[in-house]
Write a protein that binds this ligand. Structure first.
Ligand SMILES: Cc1cc2nc3c(=O)[nH]c(=O)nc-3n(C[C@H](O)[C@H](O)[C@H](O)COP(=O)(O)OP(=O)(O)OC[C@H]3O[C@@H](n4cnc5c(N)ncnc54)[C@H](O)[C@@H]3O)c2cc1C
Length: 309
């Protein structure tokens, strides 16, 4: 463990790799490097994307287990390797190149040198600004039916339409899990409302005319006209953005969807910089983050050996 501001942090020799983000993807990448007897520093500020969810689902071997428990065990196993160090800090700047080596600067003022950098900082969700919605995020306000749908199978499910273009896909997917009612947040024009309402009626789904104005109780939906609807859960489609701008500041290309562009070895468009997990894919989950973290860790090691094209 490296304490922020400790004198030694500035004087450490370069790590083989610095991993920014110590959750599913980052720890998985670090584990591969540790097992290749390489020195790794994981920098993490402790805000994994699913921290609001009481249980994680759909990840083999961990189905129904609390995210904090999965991460705690992963961290304990990782830190048992003597070449792995951990800094509880926020990386705010990274500079350098494959030729010169990289430097990662942290909010505490500490900085670290490394031969390779792995970005595993994930994304943050931007929720629609409707009163009561953010407070229920991960509990009764959800986004992924594969993560949370089974637990509410066969119940009344609300879906907050993100846009007219996405509405039919959102509703059709969720109809697998329950009886869906569609809601809107006053973002659709009158013409879009009319057209969408007719389309949804065609598949037996009602679009509530009055806009969603707030969420109370477990998942009581308060509409602008004063009426209320009870659902077991409300599914929303949040916008996501990278949790850190390190990739763009280092010159890494990003996709239209916002994630960092990587090749099949999880190397970004900047040599020596790798990215994995939600930061490097649109729509991720724990299993994919762990898998891609392993890929990135192995690729970073191959790169250190000069074996990566
Ligand atoms: C409410 C909710 C529930 C979910 N439930 C499930 C589920 O049941 N099953 C499932 O498989 N998936 C679930 N997911 C998806 C899952 O959380 C993500 O796919 C997964 O967390 C991605 O892992 P990651 O390691 O890429 O990123 P994250 O887990 O988000 O971790 C990123 C880490 O990087 C750190 N970080 C960010 N920026 C910096 C920085 N600049 N410096 C230092 N550290 C930084 C953060 O603190 C964090 O610890 C859920 C998501 C949400 C939002």
């Amino acid at each position: 463990m490296i304490s922020p501001g400790s004198k030694t942090s500035q004087d450490l020799p370069p790590f083989d790799a610095v991993v920014v983000g110590g959750s599913y993807a980052g720890m998985s990448a670090a584990l591969q490097l540790a097992r290749a007897c390489r020195t790794v520093l994981v920098i993490d500020h402790g805000q994994p994307r699913n921290e609001r969810a009481a249980k994680a689902h759909g990840c083999l071997g961990w189905d129904g287990v609390a995210p904090s428990q999965i991460l705690e065990l992963g961290r304990r196993q990782l830190l048992a390797y003597d070449r792995v160090q951990w800094a509880t800090d926020q990386a705010i700047e990274a500079t350098g190149s494959l030729q010169t080596g990289f430097a990662v600067h942290c909010a505490s003022g500490d900085h670290y040198h490394a031969r390779r950098v792995i970005l595993a900082h994930g994304v943050v969700d931007r929720l629609p600004s409707i009163p009561g919605l953010a407070e229920r995020w991960g509990e009764t306000v959800l986004h992924c039916p594969y993560c949370h749908g089974y637990e509410i199978c066969g119940t009344n499910i609300g879906v907050l339409i993100a846009s007219k273009a996405e509405a039919m896909d959102q509703v059709k997917a969720l109809s697998q899990w329950g009886a869906v009612t569609a809601f809107h947040a006053a973002t659709l024009s009158a013409a879009e409302m009319e057209e969408l309402s007719a389309e949804l009626k065609g598949i037996g789904v009602t679009l509530e005319e009055s806009a969603l104005a707030g969420v109370t109780g477990n998942a009581i939906l308060n509409l602008a006209d004063g009426s209320v609807r009870n659902v077991e859960a409300l599914f929303v489609h949040p916008e996501t953005c990278l949790a850190s701008d390190l990739a763009t500041r280092m010159g890494c290309e990003t996709e239209d969807a916002g994630c960092i562009t990587t090749d099949s070895a999880k190397q970004t468009t900047v040599a020596g910089v790798f990215a994995c997990g939600d930061a490097a894919r649109f729509a991720g989950n724990i299993a994919l983050a762990v898998g891609e973290g392993a890929l990135a860790g192995v690729a970073a090691h191959q790169s250190l050996l000069g074996l990566l094209p």
